[in-house]
Design a protein around this ligand. Structure first.
Ligand SMILES: [Zn+2]
Length: 447
């Protein structure tokens, strides 16, 4: 708009000047280098000067663009080369995604020759080498990325993944630490770092990493608290194995405070209390956990609170007390049945086995029934039948990994199969549900 007004003003000014010059005739005289030019048509002179200036300007522009032409041609060629290079890079990435190593390598070479930017094409070359199964070549590419500050993180990532695939945990831990120093808050780096610190039993470092994970919001506060408890139990187990009872007790107590529902924490804490002569307190800790959720490992720890020389009837009395806290629960019946069996109270043992609500009968119930037949009646055939049934009985509740689904013989801070941290939980076998209780028939004794 402003331009149009300016143009309008310019045209109006020119017209006014032309008219004014026509109305005021004059004379211009130029004398230079012995020549003299004079005219009485001032308007014509101004017009000639304007035309001359315009021609000079046009000629100057033509000369300037001719002078720049070679450079522009070179620039254009470079841009087209770069474009083709990026195209090759993209096609190479697509080939990697499709798993076509031959194409990926071909495009990597092409991108490399067109772009002349090694860091940019190195990742593609490394991925193409990995597709080809050439891990050594991939490692060389990843290692050369480390020299470039912008590519270093990608290089470390590639090397870290290689180390983890090869099961080289110390090297993986070192690389995870380096990745964290390059990008401190990257969630996957923190996840691997925590997992590797747990495997290396670096409990305090793992605790710090977990705090960072929680701050990042990758894990909510409640879950984070539970995971801190898992770390503390594992720390306590290790300290106890190394004979450092004070540290074991401190960590076990911390674990139990953080997550009272974590059975291994309760067991570790009760054990530490019992070992320092606080058996009454240990009993209370297990009983409190039992009244919340009975668990076979709690029953085992409860049994261990008294020494080996405990009279069987005293043991029955103690387990009667535990049973009374959750009299309806199958674990309460099983625990008391076992104590009765040890005290040779056959009738009571059978009664509690019958009351334990596990149909189909669990392996543990079937084994106890076999024990009962053998000890009460000396009936080895009947015992054998129960044991045969136990061999084909459905699996029982156990520690399962929530990440890979594998079953763990015993609880640990990380899964022995997939190395995931804090993924073990006590669960029924997948696809199995315990049906409601039914009367337990006595086994046929006649063959
Ligand atoms: Zn697992």
């Amino acid at each position: 708009m402003i331009r149009i007004i300016l143009l309008f003003v310019l045209i109006a000014g020119s017209v006014w000047l032309a008219v004014w010059l026509a109305d005021h005739p004059g004379r211009v005289e130029i004398e230079m280098l012995g020549y003299a030019v004079y005219t009485e048509q001032v308007g014509l002179l101004i017009g000639a000067i304007v035309v001359f200036t315009a021609i000079v300007a046009v000629l100057y522009r033509i000369w300037r663009s001719l002078r720049r032409a070679p450079r522009r041609i070179v620039e254009h060629r470079g841009a087209s080369k770069r474009q083709r290079g990026y195209q090759a890079l993209t096609q190479g990435m697509v080939a990697v995604a499709a798993g076509d190593s031959r194409e990926a390598k071909r495009f990597a070479r092409r991108a490399d020759s067109l772009l002349n930017d090694p860091p940019l094409t190195m990742l593609l070359s490394a991925q193409a080498a990995q597709l080809d199964g050439d891990e050594d070549a991939a490692r060389r590419y990843f290692e050369s990325m480390l020299d470039d500050p912008e590519m270093a993180f990608l290089g470390v990532r590639g090397l870290l993944m290689q180390a983890m695939r090869n099961g080289d945990n110390p090297e993986a831990l070192r690389l995870a630490g380096r990745a964290q120093s390059l990008r401190p808050n990257t969630p996957w780096v923190l996840k691997y770092l925590l997992q590797l610190q747990v495997q290396a039993a670096e409990w305090e470092a793992a605790d710090g990493t977990l705090q960072q994970v929680i701050r990042q919001g990758a894990v909510d506060a409640g879950t984070g608290r539970g995971q801190h408890a898992v770390l503390a139990v594992a720390f306590s187990h290790e300290a106890a194995a190394a004979g450092d009872q004070a540290a074991a007790a401190k960590q076990a107590r911390r674990a139990h405070d953080l997550d009272p529902a974590l059975v291994p924490a309760t067991v570790a804490y009760a054990k530490c209390l019992a070992e320092t002569g606080k058996a009454r307190r240990a009993t209370k800790v297990i009983e409190a956990a039992w009244s919340q959720a009975p668990h076979p490992e709690l029953a085992a720890a409860y049994g261990d609170l008294a020494g080996e020389d405990e009279a069987p009837l005293d043991r029955v009395k103690r387990f009667q007390r535990l049973h009374s806290l959750r009299p309806e629960h199958s674990e309460s019946h099983l625990a008391l049945a076992e104590a009765n069996l040890a005290a040779q109270l056959w009738g009571e043992a059978r009664r509690h086995l019958e009351q334990s609500e596990s149909v189909p009968r669990s392996v543990r119930v079937l084994r106890l029934l076999a024990d009962l037949e053998e000890q009460e009646h000396g009936d080895l055939k009947a015992a054998r039948r129960w044991l045969d049934e136990a061999a084909t009985a459905p699996m029982e509740d156990a520690w399962y990994c929530d990440s890979c689904g594998s079953i763990a013989g015993q609880w640990g801070a990380s899964c022995a199969s997939c190395d995931s941290f804090a993924t073990l939980s006590w669960q029924s076998p997948p696809g199995q549900r315990i049906t409601p209780p039914a009367a337990l028939p006595a086994p046929e004794t006649a063959e």
